[in-house]
Each structure stands twice: as C-alpha cells, then as structure tokens.
Write a protein that binds this ligand. Sequence first.
Ligand SMILES: Cc1cc2nc3c(=O)[nH]c(=O)nc-3n(C[C@H](O)[C@H](O)[C@H](O)COP(=O)(O)OP(=O)(O)OC[C@H]3O[C@@H](n4cnc5c(N)ncnc54)[C@H](O)[C@@H]3O)c2cc1C
Length: 594
Amino acid sequence: MAQFDPETIHDIEGVPVHSVHRHDVIIVGAGLAGMRAAVEASREYDVAVLSKVFPTRSHSGAAQGGIAGALANEEEDHWEWHMFDTIKGSDYLGDQDAIEILVKEAPVVVREFEHYGAAFSRTPDGRIAQRKFGGHTKDFGRGGPILRANYAADRTGHVLLHTLYEVCVKTGVRFYSEYYALSLIVKDNVCRGVVAWDILNGGIHVFHAKTVMFGTGGYGKLFKITSNALANTGDGLSLVLRAGLPLEDMEFVQFHPTGLYLQGILVSEAARGEGGYLVNDKGERFMERYAPDKMELAPRDLVSRSIQTEINEGRGIGGKDYVHIDLRHLGTENIMKKLPQIHELAWKFLHVDCTKDPIPIQPTAHYSMGGIPTNKDAEVLADGKEKVVTGFYAAGECACVSIHGANRLGTNSLLEASLFGRRAGKAIVRFLRETREFPALPSDAAKKAIEEVESLLSSGGSEKVGALREELQEQMMRDCGIFRTGEKLTAMLDEIHKLEERYRNIQIDDKSGTFNYDLLEAIELGHMLDFAEIVVSGAIARKESRGAHSRTDFPKRDDEKWLKHTLAWKKDGGITFDYKPVVITRFQPKERAY
Ligand SMILES: Cc1cc2nc3c(=O)[nH]c(=O)nc-3n(C[C@H](O)[C@H](O)[C@H](O)COP(=O)(O)OP(=O)(O)OC[C@H]3O[C@@H](n4cnc5c(N)ncnc54)[C@H](O)[C@@H]3O)c2cc1C
C-alpha cells in the first residue's frame, strides 16, 4: 500500500491546510466515555483526545440525576436486582451478558470516581448518597423503587466530567480542543486514524493512529424538542456509516418525560425520584391509570407515553400540549438542597418558582439506545455480529453493546459510558502491547474530507442550513416521535429524501476558515440526514411496539418475529438490513407491567 504523502493533499482555497499528527491512541469525544478510556490508556501510551467542544462542555456534564450502581449504601441491594431491572426496562432487547458486566462492575466504577476525587453527595454516615430512579426496584420488581442512583446533588455529570478531565491532565493526555472529526480512515478492515477540521484556524488535519476510539455521544438534535446540547448531532454515527460499517437498533430513541415546556431542557428524573408528582389539567396524578404500582417512577417510555396520551386526549394544562410536575410538597429546604439546578432552570427559562408553583413540562428527545455495534470490550463490529474492525473502538451513547435494548433506565447511561469507556481503554492497552507499528496510511486518507469541505465552501446554492435543519427537526418530532405509524414514518422517509435533495443545493455564506460555524452546521446537517434515514427505515421495518418504539398500528410486542437486533448499512444509495439474536442468559422475556 502506498505510504501517506502529505503533498497529495491539495489546498482548500483561502484556507491554510493540514498537518499530520501521530499518536498511539486517538479518541474522538471528551465525554465520560472518551475521557474514561483516555485515563486508562494514558497510563502506558500516548493518547490524544479530539473534541469539537472544550472537553468539559461535553454533554455528559449536563447530566443531573445520578449514576447507577448497587452499592447498597442506603438500603439492601444486589447486582442481580439491578440486572433484572435493566433487562425488563430494555423490554427484553438488551443483551444479558453485557448487562451482567455492567451491573457487576458498576460499584467498582463508582468507587473509582470517588477515589479520583468526585464530590458525591453524602449519607449522614459519610457514604455516597443514593436516590430513587424510574424502573429501579427492589427484589426483582416485587418491591418498590430502590435507592440505587449515586448522585452529586443534581449536577452528577458535571462533577464526574470535571473529575475525569483533571485526571486526564494529570496523566498527560493531549487534548485537541475544538477539532471536528470529518472522516474515519478505515482500509482493509483496519482503522488507521481520523481526519479533522481545526475549528479555530481552519484547515484539515490528519490524525494517524494505531487505535481509534469513538465516544462521540448522542443525537438529540435530530428532534425539535430535546434535552440535548447543540453539539449532539451524532456525527460519529454518520462517519461510521460512511466508512461502510453498520449501525444497530437505531429506531429506538428515548423521549424523557419531563422537559421544560417548549424548551426541552431537562427536569431530571431526580425530581420524581425525590417524590415529585405528575399532574394533568384536572389536577389528577394520572400515572395511577398507567402504572398503578410504580406511578411516577415507572420507566421513561411508559411515563412519556402516558403524558402524551393525557395531552392527546385533551387533559393537558388548559388543553395545551403540556402537563405539570409538582414539587411543592417536597418543601423549599429539600428542593434547594437536592434539586437546586432544577429550581434555577425553571426560574430562568419559564419564570416558575417550583417551591411555589408546578412546572410545565412535556416529553423531550433525550437519548439514543442504538448506535455503533460493539462487543463487550468496546471493539467495533464490522458485520455487527462478530468480526471486529482492527484497532477501532466505541463506547458511551454513540455505541450499542447493547445494554439499553429498546428503552434505557435513568442513570444507566453515565454508568455505561464510564464503564465501557474504561473497558475500551483496557482493551486498547492489550491491543497496543502486541501492536508496535502504525498501520500504513492510504494515500487518499484525507480525500473524502477535503472533497466534502471544498464542495460545501464552493457551493453557490440557495438552501439555508438553518431552515433545512428546522424542517428536519420538526418533522422528526411529529412523525417519528413517541407514537409512530407506518403511514407517518413512510411520509417521513420521503421527506428525508427530499431534504437530501435540497441539501445538495446548500448555501454557505461564510467562506472563511476561522470559527466557520456556517460550514460546520452544514456538515452536521449532512450527518443527521444520513442516519435519520436509518432511524426511520428501521422504525418502518420493525412492525411491533417495544420499549420506546411504539407503533399504534402494531401495538403489541412481537417476540416471535422481533426479539432481535436491527443492523443497518448504507450501501449503493440504499439501506441494507440484517438482524441478530438477542443474548438471553438468565431472564426469559415476560410481559412488562409496572
Ligand atoms: C440533560 C441531560 C441529563 C442527563 N442526565 C443523566 C443522568 O442523570 N444519568 C445518566 O446516566 N445519564 C444522563 N444523561 C445521559 C448521559 O449524560 C449521556 O448519555 C452520556 O453522558 C453520554 O456520554 P458520552 O461520553 O457518550 O458522550 P458526550 O458526553 O455527549 O460527549 C460526546 C463528545 O463527542 C465529541 N464529538 C462529537 N462529535 C464530534 C466530532 N465530529 N468531532 C470531534 N468531537 C466530536 C463532543 O465534543 C463531546 O466531547 C443525561 C443526558 C442529558 C442530555
């Protein structure tokens, strides 16, 4: 294979071009997954982390409620109970071997954070404090909600992310902040690096590596109402698709029950964990009708559907599309101690003082259960099943191990990102101990990325990025949201094709290199269109209702036909599907009631 020759990279008009960087490990993403892997690998190897935002601005830092782990600090708990809850929560689509690893290793990962210096909230006797969260129960679901979410007030993600950043600085991780990954270099099933755009100065940089790991996070920004940060556009997923690799279970998108009305900003489940009520226009605690046993602490898919049903049937507040979360009975002191951020957000964004008035909320796009298929060591699977892509790893929200199956339980995601980030780091170290050489860079390593940037910068079209994105987000919310039908989904797929057509005629006003967000937003929109097609096509294909995927035309779960994972590729302009069985070890699928 031809060695990489920097001269073969052509200039981009008016934009200073590239350099080539070499590191043993390149991690794209500075959230919990990326930085936890970096901590692990940087003890022995040269690790660089690329992030399109400053590392501590990654969305992990917005996580409020907690990180799961059966530490049993506040009451009896066992990993087997956590395992059962996660499997039932996943509507039996989660792989039970991976879930067993998650729940068994959880206490270790949480305590490690404590040893790194994370300032958790405390029990009176000084142990890590724990709170209740939806779907986490005692005694295999036979008992009530359990205290299992380890927390730092309602700023858990912030505390954990800052802690990891400090450890990374200490272990000498090299950060490339505000570098935007444009493409993945994979040849002959060997991953060789990534190509990135320097957001501050402009210019293409090639990152040549022995191993690459993606911790690129979720894609809530595909929807109009979302709890997610601006950066959550799912770039990593599209990069993987464009490298000819599959995505898994993309039709499963979690809507969190409680987003601030019209803003989508999250009111953490901790608000219900601490005892908050959901109330409709008639003043009823309507969860009584849908989950008489677990009430507000049923899992998210069920609570979101219940809220949406109340709204659809005219019992939203004043007939509008929101209901209330009422915290007043918790008392001002309790609210200010345990939920200070929620108090602040409700005040700043809606001018509601939640110690005196209920907060208007509506479901908000929150989390993607699907993603890049990996095995239990976070190695990316070329065929989605067994064959690994040499030197390529993924963990956190962008990956699908699969822990969450069709519906994630709250607090299991910070856990998954940290725990499988840690496993990725360990697997990378094992790989590097046996791999001394850098794989050769193909001579056309940066070609695709350069072509993409060049064609966008030189395009003289008439379509505005912002307008197209808004149309996509609004339509996804309407036609691929909490309740879905074949008819609406098919219309949505047509819409996506039309938007893709219009995207070819896009207009970039800013032609400069420095902080060109016009360009970046266009690239992000291209990514979202890429995998939106996979989300919607997967949802059309799956003719059942399971977890967060709720088809009113197929209202029942159908284990006979659909107890399987979806794998989807983009090939020759179309989408190819394959399926693989769910790993079931201990808990046979049962009807799911709460
Ligand atoms: C408001 C909110 C509250 C939440 N609360 C909780 C909670 O209490 N408990 C819980 O378990 N889960 C919670 N979650 C979910 C959880 O926070 C996330 O799933 C998890 O933190 C994801 O971590 P990550 O490391 O995979 O990705 P992220 O933290 O999202 O990081 C992604 C990284 O990838 C980088 N990146 C992406 N694309 C590119 C690119 N093209 N080039 C370069 N860099 C790129 C970004 O810069 C960023 O550094 C919450 C989520 C939200 C939105």
